[in-house]
Write a protein that binds this ligand. Structure first.
Ligand code: C2E
Ligand code: CA
Ligand code: CA
Ligand code: CA
Length: 275
């Protein structure tokens, strides 16, 4: 058993160091990825479930690495958060998203994901307002998606950040609703215009009658509070019908479209507006 234990330990050591090596590589390469033009922003439509029309696009970052291939944000965003690179990266993402949105019709907004660290950086709100000014995008056309984790520590910085941008017209959405504490207090305290119900309520092992009932309750509350409710991760027509019946007004997912590069987003808009 002793020998076995040792073998096992060295197996874990090896796989752990492989992960660590990859992390270190990502960490080092991320610093130059923007300059090398390896990163780009893709856009996934958010659709009005009643009319089928595109109301917004969510900006999702992609990294096309010359050797590693496409890296998912779930892999490199946490590294960028750890090293602090997320501040520069985040500002770049907001600027790119704002630039793209400025070319769309005025009734289409752009949603950008924010990391907790980004919000707490000094001058965070200013960085976003600068990006908007440079892109000449009306602040009301930017929506910032934040998760509950951001609000957990009740920090003054977060409050000021939200208050300052909200006063400028920027909108806020509560992302991944249902995965964290889902304290309803947040909904009262902060000016969220939208709640995004996490994909796990729509598909996967935990979706079903129970999650339908939860969506129904949340959407009832959202309507009362004058908030829109978005269902994420819609892949099938059955899921679309189910969330619609449960009261969701907006939807997002592969059923409508994956995230696409800016020129394809522009094509999706053009196609729709022709009708
Ligand atoms: P998220 O904000 O919850 O974004 C939605 C994720 O679900 C995206 O993954 C999207 O491609 C994926 N998705 C959309 N529809 C479907 C569907 O029908 N089925 C399935 N299976 N998945 C669907 P992605 O782009 O890999 O992003 C993962 C996470 O990484 C995001 O989750 C967000 O938390 C983070 N992220 C992405 N881009 C950014 C960014 O620019 N900044 C920051 N801070 N985080 C980002
Ligand atoms: Ca999001
Ligand atoms: Ca989400
Ligand atoms: Ca997520």
């Amino acid at each position: 058993a002793k020998v076995n234990g040792r073998n096992q330990a060295s197996f874990y050591d090896r796989s752990m160091s492989r992960d660590l090596v990859r992390r270190r590589e990502i960490e080092a390469e991320l610093r130059v990825a923007v300059q090398r033009d390896e990163l780009s922003i893709f856009f996934q439509p958010i659709v009005d479930l009643a009319t089928g029309r595109i109301k917004a696009f969510e900006a999702l970052v992609r990294w096309f690495h010359p050797e590693k291939g496409e890296l998912r944000p779930d892999e490199f965003i946490p590294v960028a958060e750890e090293t602090g690179a997320i501040i520069t990266l985040g500002n770049w993402i907001t600027a790119q998203a704002a630039k793209a949105a400025a070319t769309w019709p005025e009734d289409i907004t752009v949603a950008v994901n924010l990391s907790p660290l980004q919000i707490k950086a000094p001058g965070a709100a200013l960085g976003i307002l600068n990006a908007l000014r440079e892109a000449k995008l009306d602040p009301r056309r930017l929506e910032l998606e934040i998760t509950e984790t951001v609000l957990l520590d009740h920090s003054q910085q977060t409050e000021d950040f939200i208050a300052e941008l909200s006063a400028a017209g920027v909108r806020f959405a509560l992302d991944d609703f249902g995965t964290g504490y889902s304290s309803l207090g947040y909904l009262n305290k902060y000016p969220f215009g939208k709640i995004k119900v996490d994909r796990s309520f729509v598909s996967g092992p935990n979706a079903g009658k129970k999650s339908d009932a939860i969506i129904r309750a949340v959407s009832g509350m959202a309507t009362t509070l004058d908030m829109a409710i978005v269902a994420e991760g819609l892949e099938t027509v059955e899921q679309v019908e189910a969330v619609k019946a449960a009261g969701c007004t907006l939807g997002q997912g592969y059923y409508f479209s994956r995230a696409v590069p800016d020129y394809l987003a522009a094509m999706l808009i053009a196609q729709e507006r022709e009708k």
